[in-house]
Each structure stands twice: as structure tokens, then as C-alpha cells.
Design a protein around this ligand. Structure first.
Ligand code: ARG
Length: 601
């Protein structure tokens, strides 16, 4: 099914035609069509154009009106103020538009004109460590962007650049060699057996993390207290980098154990992360020597006090001395920067991506600026092809970075549990009359609680810090996912009562009430909103759209009886069409954001 051009796009085209007919030298001018409170749309591009051509804007606007081809979309057109055009579209055009969208699987949303190939680096937790709210943001934002881009037809390659390499592995592995039973399941004390009863994934994930935590603490204690152990741990790093089989085997064990934990968190968060897309820092190990050699040979990097460095005129430390990007340390070790450079070569050179995205904490902005600049100087990265999508910090209610009462970082799993629990209370209260079973309530609670966390994260501009406030997040009134889920469930309940099938027929000859028009005009904007969210990499454009859609639907629902419409069957059908399209648009939008839309709430 072909995409359905928005009414806004059609009106814009009419204006362009009229403009070039009325003033041939203005054929490239933008009429600047916007939604407006005075009419449906306002175009104020005539002001700038008249200025450019040296004419009177009102006269120019009148000429455009006169040249406007007769069409069925525009019902009223008037010149106002200094030379604005106020445009009202016909009710019949609105209803036809809804009907056309409703017949299409994709709700009429077009694919991007020339989709490309994007590698997106997101959800990159660190092995042997707990995931925290920073990883939550990267996971939720990254997942939404993947869906939004793919929906537009972009080819998206996911890369989870997990922290699975580095000196701390020497310490962990050495400890494991000296205490071979440290990671054994039997010794975790929690008494879990490897059964396959329900909920075992969760237990397995938690248990894996508990074992890793214990290993981490014990090995760190040994590292700090015992000089001999410290030096054995350092030697172990060398063995690891050299690929000594037993060392590698134990490294794998630690990584695999972590992956069990990650997958448990992902499952609870309701995001799909595939093992084949997890390419940690270790994956680039073999390429690091080439990176270093090429940078040194080309002179992009230079040796300074033994380390291989890249300098930037505008990057200086607090004392005014340059602070370089260190590609290789003076002891020969490679760090985070070297790995990122190797990854860029792979993503551009081997994966042939034309866009690289990095969904990473804003606090790493300088790192990425230096890495991108280095890769450009080396000729590995076309200018403008890579972009960090930096996100802000999650704050507690006190406005400081979110911590537990004891001052520790908040464990992601605890946060998820709490959100689901709070959501459970809301669901119990709200759906008391629906006769839901206990398992149904729990399922709904997960959908509402996880949705709430994701929505709160996505509805803020990415770069802004935001306060993690569960009370607000699960509130039924306000800019929350529950509000959207509730509006969606309402559309479903109306349609169920109407018998659900067949798809409602449209009656363009009927006049529309103000709330119907407002809703229809907003539905018309769905495709354009998705395009903007994808082009700017801003999921919050979509959340804002959906929130407004839910609000307009709520007004419509209050003002316009659907099944008991006073205008008879035809009006009932028009309103069913509006309800159906609103429901599907909400569902589609939420799906792209990773938020479930339950049938009942
Ligand atoms: N593992 C890092 C962290 O937890 C984030 C990695 C970001 N991606 C990258 N290509 N450097 O902070």
C-alpha cells in the first residue's frame, strides 16, 4: 500500500504551485506552513518573500490566493494581519484522509526517500559490574532510535560495545585461578538449583551478578592488600592479551556469567538485545596494533613521554598544558580510545556504514570529540559521519545524581522492581471492575511499570538531566505512559463494544465537531512527526506527539459520544474511525518507543 501524503503536505504543495504561478521568480520560496490556532494552518512565508522582492506582503498574499488551484482540500483561505495566509481545510478532506490512513498497515507513513546504513552503539554495560541508571538511559534511548530508524527503512546495525577488556580482568582471572571455586553455583549460598521453573531466568541473572560481585570484591581486596598478588594480576593481563588458553577460558567464564545477568535485566526491561550484536572492547583487540602503527606513521599521533598521543589545539588541562588523547600508554597498554578508533575503522571500512551513532553519557563528550577528530585526521571517518547522542544524568528528588540512601549507585534491577510494584498498585485500583486475574494484574503491572520508566526517560530532551520520580511516572494524569496506555485501552474498549469488525466506513459528507477536527488534524501529523524524530534522533518528539494525541482523544471522548452519537449511524461510523485510527497510532508510536499497549487497563 502506498504511503498517504499528509493534508499539510498537500496544502503546502498547492501553495507552492500558487506561488510560482503568481510570482514566477518565487518558485523556490518556502510558504512556511504551520499548524495554527486561528485557522487550521497559517502560512507566513509571504512576509519574507515580499521583503526579498521588494513588494507589499498583503498584495503578494492576495495574488497567491487568486492563483490557488481549486481543490477539494481547502475550504477557506484569507489574508490576515501584515500578510499571513489563514487556511481552513474541508471536513470532507479530513475524513478522507483518516480513511486512507486506516486502510494502510503503516498508517500511511512513508519510508525515508534515501535510507542509509547506520551503526548505533548503545547499551554498553561493563562486565562483572552491575548495570546502573546510565545504562538504562543508553538502552532505552538506543532501542527507541533503532525502532524509529528501522521503521523509516534505514538499515541499522546494532553494536553493544560492552566493557569486557582491560587491566581489571587480570585481577579477576588471577583470583579465580587461585580460588577455582569462586564462581561455582553451589557456593553462592542462595540455594538456587538449575531447574527450569518459571521465573528462573530472573533468579539466574541475580545469582550470576551476586557471584560476580563477590569475586570482584574479594579480588579487589587481595589486589589492594597483597603486593605479590598485585604483580601476579599484572602478569595475568599480559597473558590475557597474548591469548594464553587457560587465561582466556576463565575470561570467557566471567563474560558469560555477566551476559546471563545482562539478559535478565534486558528481559525485565522488555528490550531485545541479541548476542550477535554484542561486540565488546575485546573484539577489537587484534586491530589495535594496526591502529597504533597507522596513526604513528601518518603523524596523526606522536610519542610523548613514551605514550602515543594525539593533540588538539583547543583541548587543555586546568593548568593550560595540552591534554592529549592517549592511544597507547607508555607501558604499551591500550585503552578505551584505541578500541574506539579500531571500532570506527571496522564500522566504516568493513560494515560500510554512512552514519555512526553513539548513545553515551554526556560526560564522555570530550572523549568522543577527540576520537572522531583523530579518526578524521587519519582519513578513516568522513567528516560529520559520526555523532555522539549524549544524554544527561538521572537525578534523585534532591536534584543530585541518583544514589541510594547509603550513597551508592542505584541498581537497575531494584529500580525496575520498584516501578513494577508501584504500577501494580495503580493497576489494581484502576482495573478493579475489570475482573482481572492475579497473573493478568502482574503482567499489566510490568507493562505499566516498565512503560513508565521508559517514557519518563524518553520524554525529556535527551541532553537534559531529569529527576527519577516514580510517583509522577506512574500517575494517570499527566505526561506519562500510563496516560497513553489508558487512552489506547479506551479506544479498544469502544471498538470491542462496537463489535470490532469490519473496519469502520467513512462518511466524508458529514460535518465534524471541533474536537473531531482537532483530533483528525493531529492524526494527520503522524508521518511528519516520525520523520522529524528520525532525522533529529529525538524520540521526545514522538512522545510529545503521542501525549497530545491522547489528550485530544480524551477531549473528543468527553465531548463526542461515539456509540450513541446524536447524528445516527453515519456519525457513529465516523467516530469509530477516529477511535480506531487513534488507537492504532498510539499503539504504533508506543511500540517504536518500546512501550506496551495493553488491550484493557
Ligand atoms: N562501557 C562504557 C560505560 O559504561 C560505555 C561505552 C560507550 N561506547 C563506546 N563505544 N565507547 O561507560
Amino acid at each position: 500500500m502506498a504511503s498517504v501524503p499528509s493534508l499539510a503536505a498537500t496544502v503546502q504543495q498547492h501553495l507552492l504551485d500558487a506561488l510560482s504561478a503568481a510570482v514566477p521568480e518565487a518558485s523556490t520560496a518556502d510558504p512556511m506552513l504551520r499548524r495554527s490556532d486561528r485557522a487550521d494552518f497559517q502560512a507566513n512565508g509571504m512576509l519574507a518573500l515580499a521583503k526579498r522582492l521588494g513588494g507589499n506582503p498583503r498584495e503578494l498574499a492576495s495574488k497567491v490566493v487568486a492563483a490557488l488551484p481549486a481543490g477539494e482540500e481547502i475550504q477557506e483561505l484569507e489574508v490576515s494581519g501584515p500578510g499571513f495566509l489563514n487556511i481552513t481545510v474541508a471536513d470532507s478532506a479530513l475524513t478522507r484522509q483518516l480513511a486512507a490512513r486506516a486502510t494502510d498497515e503503516r498508517l500511511g507513513v512513508p519510508y525515508a526517500e534515501s535510507p542509509g546504513r547506520t551503526v548505533i552503539d548503545y547499551s554498553q554495560p561493563n562486565v562483572a559490574k552491575e548495570m546502573h541508571v546510565g545504562h538504562l538511559r543508553s538502552t532505552v534511548i538506543g532501542d527507541a532510535l533503532v525502532q524509529i530508524l528501522e521503521h523509516r527503512g534505514e538499515t541499522v546495525v546494532r553494536r553493544h560495545h560492552i566493557g569486557d577488556w582491560g587491566t581489571q580482568f587480570g585481577m579477576l582471572i588471577q583470583y579465580l585461578i587461585e580460588h577455582p571455586h569462586e564462581l561455582d553455583h553451589a557456593s553462592d549460598g542462595a540455594g538456587h538449583s538449575a531447574g527450569d521453573r518459571e521465573g528462573d531466568g530472573e533468579d539466574a541473572g541475580e545469582a550470576a551478578m551476586a557471584r560476580l560481585n563477590r569475586l570482584y570484591k574479594a579480588s579487589r581486596a587481595a589486589f589492594e592488600a597483597d603486593e605479590d598478588f598485585k604483580s601476579r594480576a599484572r602478569d595475568r593481563v599480559v597473558e590475557l592479551q597474548a591469548g594464553e588458553p587457560e587465561t582466556l577460558r576463565l575470561w570467557h567464564r566471567i563474560v558469560d556469567e555477566s551476559k546471563i545477568y545482562f539478559q535478565d535485566v534486558y528481559e525485565r526491561l522488555d528490550v531485545e538485545i541479541l548476542d550477535r550484536d554484542i561486540l565488546g572492547e575485546s573484539a577489537y583487540n587484534d586491530a589495535l596494533h594496526d591502529v597504533v602503527r597507522d596513526l604513528e606513521e601518518s603523524g596523526v599521533a606522536v610519542r610523548s613521554e613514551g605514550a602515543l598521543c594525539v593533540f588538539f589545539d583547543d583541548v587543555k588541562g586546568p593548568d593550560g598544558t595540552p591534554s592529549p588523547l592517549i592511544v597507547q600508554k607508555s607501558n604499551g597498554g591500550f585503552g578505551y580510545a584505541a578500541t574506539d578508533l579500531a571500532a570506527i575503522r571496522d564500522r566504516i571500512g568493513t560494515l560500510h556504514a554512512d552514519t555512526l551513532l553513539y548513545v553515551v553519557d554526556a560526560r564522555q563528550a570530550l572523549h568522543f570529540r577527540m576520537v572522531f577528530e583523530t579518526a578524521q585526521r587519519a582519513g578513516w571517518l568522513p567528516e560529520g559521519a559520526a555523532r555522539q547522542l549524549p544524554f544527561g544524568t538521572v537525578l534523585g528528588k534532591d536534584g543530585k545524581p541518583f544514589k541510594t540512601r547509603e550513597g551508592e549507585t542505584v541498581r537497575l534491577v531494584d529500580l525496575i522492581d520498584e516501578a513494577v510494584e508501584r504500577a501494580g498498585a495503580v493497576v489494581r485500583e484502576k482495573s478493579a471492575g475489570l475482573g482481572l486475574s492475579e497473573p493478568e494484574i502482574r503482567e499489566r503491572a510490568a507493562e505499566v511499570g516498565i512503560g513508565a520508566i521508559k517514557y519518563a526517560d524518553l520524554s525529556n530532551a535527551m541532553t537534559r538531566d531529569y529527576v527519577f520520580d516514580l510517583d509522577r511516572m506512574v500517575s494517570l494524569n499527566g505526561d506519562t505512559s500510563v496516560y497513553l496506555q489508558y487512552a489506547h485501552a479506551r479506544t479498544r474498549s469502544i471498538l470491542r463494544k462496537a463489535g470490532d469488525e469490519p473496519r469502520p466506513v467513512a462518511h466524508p459528507e458529514l460535518e465534524l465537531a471541533p474536537a473531531e477536527r482537532a483530533l483528525a488534524l493531529h492524526l494527520d501529523e503522524f508521518g511528519d512527526t516520525l520523520a522529524q524524530a528520525a532525522q533529529a534522533y529525538e524520540p521526545h518528539k514522538l512522545t510529545a506527539y503521542l501525549y497530545q494525541l491522547a489528550s485530544l482523544f480524551t477531549t473528543f471522548y468527553d465531548q463526542c459520544p461515539v456509540l450513541k452519537a446524536e447524528g445516527g449511524t453515519a456519525q457513529v461510523e465516523n467516530r469509530l474511525l477516529l477511535s480506531e485510527l487513534t488507537g492504532r497510532t498510539l499503539r504504533q508510536g508506543m511500540e517504536l518507543l518500546g512501550i506496551r499497549a495493553p488491550e484493557q487497563l
